[in-house]
Design a protein around this ligand. Structure first.
Ligand SMILES: Cc1ncc(COP(=O)(O)O)c(C=O)c1O
Length: 487
């Protein structure tokens, strides 16, 4: 049953419920809706929209499925696991199963190449990284306070950190001229801007590896951020949920390594957000954690975690899976290899039509540079191109402006949520688009075949789509399958 977002009596509801702090009125989420209305299927809907707006890691499920088959007692709903059913069903301690926290701590160490140690007693559960971010925001900031966030950044932060907490986010502007690096000068500028507006800054939130850039923060940058927060006596929240998606050199450096190497810093200011949504590809399990070096945050967070515990059934399964070192080693190596291969397939596929991506070595996406396709460097022009890509090229990619990127023309394109064949179709559509738009000359040999394959119309329908997509009638209902908790 669909619930119309219009004609509701908002006076009956709270300010939070009726505000648009959920951030879903954004092209980022509208793109998903366009996909859901017309999803690509190789045989049933070959002209449909291909979903490239979803940062899912679906390339290594065969390895997980093999493990599940070989370990039936890890699942309590099997004949082999049934004897544990009752104990699992009644367990509801908000500390979590000790074996779960131990296994997650060990997994985090392994992902960081053993260069950092994690104390299981500092692990606090939450419903995915989404819940973890909100929990941290509740613990560290009051309504009206702000976090500085290097941009471009994951659009979900606008919901996760702000909506229910009343906290604000102030972008630390990143620029393509230095590959969107986080600089001390940009952090100072954002800090001063907030102060001028009488906004109290409570912390910095970094994402390493970055969503949407797929790049890593280097040692020097991490040290400079730690020094910055220490000098200002504000917090540092490090989202490291893409830690195991690194597929090429250089290695990932966790904030925990920086602390262990020795740096002048009050550890009470440092907190890590982690989840299994990206590294293992399990966003549906909602396994998120806060790892804080601050005892008070651990204690308070643990009480708050009552609102978003990881189910005991999931804890039990994850504990068994992550305690199997052979499985973990195999999964991590193979997952990184497959992600690397996909990255190469995608970026090499774009090269012949003159499209480049920011050089990256992690994540489930590329940061694609289409600046030269814009008639003018404006957000309006970016949105026009985005609408063409969704509705005519039939690819759901996400425009840079939805990541608070200040330079129009960048797009995030996810490449790990589809099979090889779908990736080929997506690449072919981009190539066709480039040839047809006149950006690239059709190679003489291919000319006839391309002409036959050119099915994109590029008719002048932009205005219609603006209205269609942005219309409140298209807002997803609370029960709609369109609504995903995260991306
Ligand atoms: C940087 C970042 N943080 C947090 C999340 C939310 O993750 P989870 O599914 O664990 O809630 C995402 C999801 O895309 C993300 O990209």
């Amino acid at each position: 049953m669909a619930f119309a977002a219009v004609n509701e009596d908002f006076s009956l509801l709270s300010r939070i419920a009726t505000s648009d702090g959920h951030g879903e009125v954004s092209p980022y989420f509208d793109g998903w809706k366009a996909y859901d209305r017309d999803p690509f299927h190789p045989t049933q809907n070959p002209e449909g929209v291909i979903q490239m707006g979803l940062a899912e890691n679906q390339l290594s499920f065969d390895i997980v499925e093999e493990w599940i088959r070989n370990n039936p007692s890890a699942s309590i709903c099997t004949a082999e696991g049934l004897s544990e059913f009752k104990e699992t069903a009644i367990f509801q301690d908000y500390h979590g199963l000790p074996e779960f926290r131990n296994a997650v701590a060990k997994f985090m160490e392994k992902v960081r190449g053993g260069r950092a140690k994690f104390d299981p007693d500092r692990i606090v559960m939450s419903g995915g990284a989404t819940g973890a971010h909100e929990m941290v925001a509740f613990c560290l900031a009051d309504p009206g306070d702000a976090f500085l966030v290097p941009s471009p950044y994951y659009p979900g932060f606008d919901r996760d950190l702000r909506w229910r907490t009343g906290v604000q986010l102030v972008p630390v502007v990143g620029e393509s001229s230095n590959n969107f690096k986080v600089t001390r000068a940009a952090m100072e500028a954002a800090y001063e801007k907030a102060q001028k507006e009488n906004i109290r800054v409570k912390g910095v939130l970094i994402t390493n590896p970055s969503n949407p850039l797929g790049t890593l923060l280097d040692r020097q940058t991490l040290r400079s951020i730690v020094t910055f927060v220490n000098e200002k006596n504000i917090h540092l929240v490090c989202d490291e949920i893409y830690a195991a998606t690194v597929f090429a050199q250089p290695d990932f450096i966790s904030i925990s390594e920086i602390l262990e190497e020795g740096i002048e810093c009050n550890r009470d200011l440092i907190h890590i957000v982690y989840s299994l949504s990206k590294d293992l590809g399990f966003p549906g399990f909602r396994v998120g954690i806060v790892y804080s070096y601050n005892d008070a945050v651990v204690n308070c967070g643990r009480k708050m975690s009552s609102f978003g515990l990881v189910s005991t059934q999931t804890q039990r399964l994850v504990a068994a899976m992550l305690s199997d070192e052979d499985f973990v080693d195999k999964f991590l190596a193979e997952s990184a290899r497959r992600l690397g291969q996909r990255y190469v397939t995608f970026t090499r596929g774009l090269a012949p039509v003159g499209i480049s991506c920011l050089r990256s070595n992690a994540g489930l996406f590329c940061w694609m540079d289409l600046r030269k396709l814009l008639k003018e460097a404006t957000v309006e022009a970016e949105m026009g191109l985005w609408r063409t890509i969704i509705h005519e090229v039939k690819l759901n990619v996400s425009p840079g402006s939805s990541f608070h990127c200040t330079e129009p023309g960048w797009f995030r394109v996810c490449f790990a949520n589809m099979d090889d064949e779908t990736m080929k179709v997506a690449l072919q559509r981009i190539k066709t688009f480039m040839f047809q738009s006149g950006e690239v000359a059709v190679p003489a040999k291919k000319s006839r075949r391309f002409q036959a394959n050119l099915r994109l119309s590029f008719s002048s329908i932009r205005g219609r789509y603006v209205d269609d997509v942005m219309s409140p009638h298209n807002l997803a209902s609370p029960h709609s399958p369109l609504v995903r908790a995260t991306t």
